[in-house]
Design a protein around this ligand. Structure first.
Ligand SMILES: [Ca+2]
Ligand SMILES: [Ca+2]
Ligand SMILES: [Ca+2]
Length: 807
């Protein structure tokens, strides 16, 4: 049936191809669409890069052939040779999806040759487009003479109604259902060279860049303003907080005209976004992990929602285990060598699914949250969704028993035993566990009622309302009876952020340097873009978590202010430009190579889509009393005339340095600017200017250099001498400064300090080594004083020779 359909389709489209050819011969120039600069859409059409970008047409299961490079080329050194063809459609193919456009006319040229001695004297060949499904369109044909290079040369127009989301060009012989009956006529080998499809340049992908200021200067929520992210899971490792997020930006597609995106489609999300911070205000964008889908770390999963991560030493090796929901039906785990990867899949099937003991009655086997206890025993919490219909309606509402706890194996990628019910009141999803003072805290999101939960019911007294975060406290991480319920930890975010921010939530708790923090999400960035009519794109938030003396939690209040900055930002190092506290109009993109700041295993991103007027900013940068002398940026100029202004404390604050980005266009280079008057603690704004309407440059990383500390002038000498048969080391330091200084003389044989050494005076000490001889060595002279009102310490080292008494 499929083949008959295919033949029918081909009969129809052959007529279209004929029209295209007529147009090519006649009046394309006057009747065709207006074209901008014509572009060849075929990559490696001359096969000079071997078979790169080419593969064998695989539109039908029966298609198949061998593709190789041959030196028998029409031009250059290489052509393609196709052999062992199983169908008439078995020929070289290149994917032009995203390049060709409906309604446009294109000119196709190519060279083709066949030589089989038993083949016919002449043979027709087609250039054909597969538009997906059973839609094949012959574009251009040529009749070749055996043993000679023939030329395809024709024009085709893609019908205005044709979907081009799939568009794959290939070369073939005319279709017949059973070509194997006469392989010499239908399945001959052939060679291909110099393929081109010339026409309108591919459409630029619509921009996803968020042009508004999504995180306002001075505020710390949402955490980032240049992309979305949901279901944040906070994780502390080696002095940094990492947040793993469902990549809500993946399906974000703002209309170029209106700026409004269609509503979020969770089904398209198969990446996890990672950001990190050492201060909870300035966040580094580490980009996305391609977790699921055909090119994912775990290609047997389709989605990657609601991540949860932990670390454990397995077989002597510290590993990082990232759990995620594969849609609603199952959960899985991938393994990282660091919090930033690289990532591998140790499993070939999902970790939690309908076969997991004790999970059979769980509707949604998702939202996996790991927890490793102090004794090293790991646990996983998962589940959610509609309650079992076998329960009475009131129980379905109040105690739906839809969440589970299970022990993980020591390998962290298997489960042990049977999952236990977490009897969380009004539970919906989003289980999470942390431990504090020997008690286990389970938090979760509550449901919104409805038929899935027993219909029109009322919560029991004290039980959560819809879309709230409740919590329980237990002495046992596997035991969560309803009596352990402790209250509502966080009301719905719409209570704090208003219209357009409602919906369910997903929280985590982490401890960082002695304080506890609560993570949740709210579509606050979406609201800043589109007002109260949001489309469901969520942003990560953090608030501090406070406990009562009895261990219960003080209910969290959601604010845009967020949490205090944990520490000032350290500028005197290479740090990624994709680290910022606030930004306007920029996007980020992963690039080849590793991060200069985070090392070989970490991905590197650059800041891009930088237009005139865009900016990024760092919160509370500590330049020290001595201040900064210069700033260096690694940049790639995209036009001439771009500049970076360094400003303090406000986007319109004083310019303390200007970096001209006048390096060769398209090449990465380092540019440096001297800074003036930059000391103490400031917010730092990098503002970008240049020609309007074009991307100015990209930025990889920054590095500030500290001003060289002024030195106190001092003349130091050291010598050896002999007194009473013992060797001495004598050290002298003359104060050449115009004010008194303190001087400390230090040797291996003792030290002495002098206060208020007058200008021109000496500090002198002869240190007794208590030995007959002394080897060569060094003395340290430490001078303390004041230059221009600033306290300065100058340290000098001086060598002394060896010496022997009576020698
Ligand atoms: Ca060639
Ligand atoms: Ca921009
Ligand atoms: Ca970078």
């Amino acid at each position: 049936m499929a083949q008959r359909m295919r033949r029918a389709t081909r009969g129809r489209v052959a007529a279209i191809a004929t029209v295209g050819l007529m147009m090519a011969a006649g009046f394309v120039a006057s009747s065709g669409p207006v074209q901008a600069a014509d572009t060849n859409l075929v990559v490696n059409g001359g096969f000079e890069d071997g078979l790169a970008n080419w593969f064998v047409n695989n539109g039908n299961a029966t298609d198949g052939a061998q593709l190789s490079a041959t030196s028998d080329a029409y031009s250059g050194a290489n052509a393609a040779l196709v052999t062992s063809r199983t169908t008439t459609g078995s020929g070289p193919m290149q994917d032009l999806s995203g390049k060709v456009q409906a309604g446009q006319a294109y000119t196709l040229t190519a060279r083709i040759k066949y030589e089989n001695p038993s083949g016919p004297a002449t043979k027709q060949f087609f250039a054909t487009m597969h538009y997906g499904g059973g839609t094949y369109t012959n574009l251009v044909s040529v009749t070749a003479t055996k043993g000679q290079w023939a030329q395809f040369n024709g024009t085709f127009t893609i019908p205005s109604g044709q979907s081009v989301s799939t568009a794959r060009l290939f070369f073939e012989t005319p279709w017949t259902s059973t070509p194997s009956t006469d392989p010499d006529l239908h399945l001959m080998d052939f060679k291909l060279d110099d393929v081109s499809v010339i026409g309108a340049a591919p459409p630029a992908p619509a921009s996803k860049t968020i042009e508004v200021v999504g995180k306002l200067p001075g505020e710390h929520n949402p955490l980032i303003g240049h992309k979305f992210g949901a279901d944040g899971f906070g994780f502390v490792h080696d002095g940094r907080v990492y947040m793993y997020l469902t990549n809500d930006t993946q399906g974000y597609a703002p209309d170029p005209a209106t700026g409004v995106s269609p509503g979020i489609n969770y089904g398209t999300i198969n990446q996890i976004t990672v950001i990190s911070s050492e201060d909870l205000v300035n966040w580094t964008d580490h980009g996305e992990i391609q977790v699921a889908g055909p090119n994912g770390v775990a290609p047997f999963t389709a989605n990657s929602w609601a991540p949860g991560i932990t670390k454990k030493v397995v077989n002597g090796e510290e590993k990082f285990f990232l759990y995620y929901a594969n849609g609603g039906g199952s959960s899985n785990v991938i393994t990282g060598a660091s919090p930033l990867g690289p990532w591998t899949s140790e499993r070939t099937s999902t970790l939690i699914d309908g076969r997991t003991p004790g999970a059979e009655a769980v509707a949604w086997k998702f939202d996996p949250a790991p927890f490793v206890d102090d004794d090293g025993q790991p646990y996983l919490y998962f589940g959610g969704g509609p309650a079992s219909t076998s329960m009475p309606p009131a129980e379905r509402f109040n105690n739906p028993k839809n969440i589970r706890a299970i022990e993980l194996g020591d390998d962290m990628i298997s489960t042990e035993g049977t999952a236990a019910v977490v009897d969380a009141p009004v539970a919906f999803e989003a289980g999470h566990v942390f431990k504090r003072d020997g008690k286990y805290y389970f938090s979760y999101s509550s449901h919104f009622g409805g038929n899935d939960f027993g219909g029109n019911q009322q919560p029991l007294p004290g039980y959560p309302g819809g879309g709230q975060i409740g919590y329980m406290i237990s002495d046992n991480p596997m035991s969560w009876p309803k009596e352990t319920y402790a209250g509502v930890l966080f009301p719905n975010q719409s209570q704090f952020f208003g219209s357009g921010t409602g919906g369910n939530n997903h929280q985590s708790v982490f401890e960082f340097e002695g304080r506890y923090y609560f993570t949740y999400h709210a579509p606050t960035l979406n609201k800043r873009i589109n007002g109260n009519t949001t489309q469901g794109y969520r942003s990560p938030h953090i608030q501090e978590l406070a406990f009562n003396p009895d261990g219960t939690i003080q209910q969290v209040v959601g604010t845009y202010a967020g949490v205090d900055q944990v520490r000032n930002f350290a500028p005197y190092r290479v740090f990624e430009a994709e680290t910022f506290g606030w930004s306007k109009g920029v996007a980020t993109a992963k690039v080849d190579g590793s991060s200069a700041q985070f090392g070989g295993a970490a991905p590197n991103l650059v800041v891009r889509d930088i237009d005139n007027g865009d900016w990024t900013a760092l919160s509370s940068v500590d330049f020290g009393d001595n201040g900064a002398q210069s700033v260096t940026a690694r940049v790639r100029a995209l036009t001439s005339g771009g500049q970076i202004q360094v400003r303090l404390d406000d986007v319109a604050g004083p310019v303390v340095g200007t970096i001209p980005v006048d390096t060769p266009s398209g090449q990465w280079a380092e540019v440096t600017a001297e800074l003036d008057g930059v000391s103490g603690v400031h917010d730092v704004y990098f503002t970008f200017t240049g020609p309007a309407g074009v991307d100015l440059f990209e930025i990889d990383n920054w590095a500030f250099a500290a001003a060289t500390q002024p030195e106190l002038p001092v003349t130091v000498t050291a010598s050896t001498r002999c007194v009473g048969g013992k060797a001495y080391v004598a050290v002298q330091a003359r104060n050449d400064h115009d004010a008194p200084v303190g001087i400390a003389l230090e040797t291996a044989y003792g030290q002495r300090s002098f206060t208020a050494v007058a200008p021109g005076a000496n500090a002198y000490q002869s240190f007794n080594t208590r030995a007959v001889s002394v080897p060569a060595g060094s003395a340290t002279v430490r001078v303390t004083g004041s230059i221009g009102g600033q306290d300065v310490t100058t340290v000098r080292t001086v060598q002394h020779p060896a010496g022997t008494c009576g020698g």
